[in-house]
Design a protein around this ligand. Structure first.
Ligand SMILES: [Zn+2]
Length: 229
């Protein structure tokens, strides 16, 4: 991976845009708490640990990482410098402030968080993308661009993955959003608690489609028409 000395415009010394990929969770949950935004007295646990495949038994953290690593390759080929919040699934989750700080330090043009969802209802399925709600002092500087990114990436991901479209969702309670000083979105690829989507997401060909959709959406958001995924 390249060593990045990013400038305030999000262009690294290489002159290429920087994208930070954040594969959600890790091997172990982290039940320590952290404030949900700068100066907030409301605290949430750092990481509940994620979901797992109801049929495959796969851990969400492993799925998220597999898609992120494939996406890294695609983005680098398209001329993007990629920074990862983690490249292995081996330890206790660092929590969401730490993840946001990695993106802030890199002056990311996009902080792309990759997750899969879980529900107590196994029939719930589909792809959706979350972005930060507007709050002055926390997300006012990244709200509009995050919302724009969410729409573009959701559309590209949905069309390449082919799961039902659950659309976009604004969230005011996501620590990793409220601490971000760069445009940030969180994609929920599908539901690992839905047997159909769990089986699909366990297949390498489907993960490849997920990575392709995320790559296309990212390039469209960055307005890099010359870049190809
Ligand atoms: Zn998750």
């Amino acid at each position: 991976m390249l060593t990045l000395l990013a400038t305030s415009t999000g262009a690294a010394v290489t002159g290429r845009p920087v994208v930070v990929l954040d594969p959600g969770h890790d091997l172990n949950a982290n039940t320590e708490t952290e404030p949900i935004g700068p100066g907030s007295s409301t605290r949430k646990i750092k990481d509940g640990g994620g979901t797992h495949g109801v049929v495959s038994g796969l851990r969400e953290a492993d799925l998220n990482l597999a898609v992120a690593l494939r996406l890294r390759t695609l983005l680098e080929r398209a001329g993007i410098d990629v920074v990862m919040t983690r490249t292995r699934t081996v330890g206790t989750s660092i929590g969401n402030i730490a993840r946001a700080r990695i993106a802030n330090r890199a002056h990311a043009r996009l902080f792309l968080r990759i997750h899969a969802d879980g529900s107590t209802d196994p029939s719930v399925r589909g792809t959706h993308t979350l972005y930060p709600a507007y709050r002055r002092g926390w997300t006012d500087d990244v709200y509009a661009e995050s919302k724009r990114a969410a729409g573009i990436v959701q559309r590209a991901l949905r069309s390449s993955l082919g799961f039902p479209d659950r659309g976009l969702q604004e969230r005011s309670d996501y620590t990793g959003f409220n601490w971000a000083d760069v445009p940030v979105i969180l994609v929920e690829l599908g539901f690992m608690t839905n047997p159909t989507e769990d089986r699909e997401l366990a297949r390498p060909a489907v993960r490849e489609r997920a990575a392709l959709g995320l790559c296309r959406g990212t390039l469209r958001f960055l307005v890099l028409p010359s870049g190809r995924c």
